[in-house]
Design a protein around this ligand. Sequence first.
Ligand SMILES: Nc1ncnc2c1ncn2[C@@H]1O[C@H](COP(=O)(O)OP(=O)(O)O)[C@@H](O)[C@H]1O
Ligand SMILES: [Mg+2]
Length: 315
Amino acid sequence: MHRLLQRQLNQARDPNGGVSYERLLKLVNEAYCENEANRTRADRANEVMAAELSEMLAIKERATSLESAKRIAEAANMAKSQFIANMSHELRTPLNAIIGYTEMLIEDAVAEGGDRQISDHENILRSAQSLLHLINEVLDLSKIESGKLNIEIEEFHIGEVVFDAIADVRPAAAANGTELIVEIADSDMTMRSDPYRLSQCLRNLLSNAVKFTADGHVTLRVWREEQASGSFFNIEVSDSGIGMSPDQLARVLSPFEQGDGSITRKYGGTGLGLTITQQIAQLLGGDIIIESELNRGTRAKLVLRADLAQLSSAA
Ligand SMILES: Nc1ncnc2c1ncn2[C@@H]1O[C@H](COP(=O)(O)OP(=O)(O)O)[C@@H](O)[C@H]1O
Ligand SMILES: [Mg+2]
């Protein structure tokens, strides 16, 4: 006899040994109900497990398709960067020839005293140089995006980089009636970083300050600061120019973003300078902080590690 039934029969017996069929029926019924309840619970657990399993499968499928989409996007990005790098090289070679020959033509025209020719040639030279600048910016951005912008660390006097960059913008400042002020405690202070990239950042900030300031002043301040995480140089360019609204300021660190449509028409440019400057500042162990007020002026500060070699060797 089935063991469960045997137990139920025993439980249904009265003290005299007789079986109460009413009790037996109740016991059997109870066992049946419990069985049913167990089965329902098991069915429910199975359903939950099946749902979880199919969700896991769906997640796995999504992860696989995301992974392959990521690989495709990365490959496309690499191809884009490679294409831009090659194109930039192909464009720069003839452009450098145009610039070189135009400079020679200007020299000849100066020697011959042909004023009209000098000014025409100077126009060609300016256009060629701004095209070269744009190509170099696009190339830098593509190098940064593909992680191929090399940083070359060496020790140098910060004053040299600062005064070279200032000399570069002096003619533009003079043309705009803007005074250039340099405040540097000690130009012999040394920095271990990439002087070429620092100079690029500085020229970007100074050229913006001068471009957007007429009959005002542009001040370059340099000071060293000890922080808990190490020594830093603060290099700040402030101007009394057109400034930016909070909305414009929020966008200018994104590639190809300029204050607004009128900026391009009035001042030219491509909106890459600040994006590149910020990316380089981060590669140099720092960042850029920009504050601005419309019609009052702008203050752009680079905070860069004084000794980048220390950071690289610690990393
Ligand atoms: N010193 C500044 N004063 C006012 N606006 C500025 C200044 N520097 C940058 N901007 C704004 O930020 C935009 C982006 O600057 P940037 O990335 O250097 O590009 P670009 O100089 O080619 O326009 C500029 O078009 C301008 O609207
Ligand atoms: Mg610029």
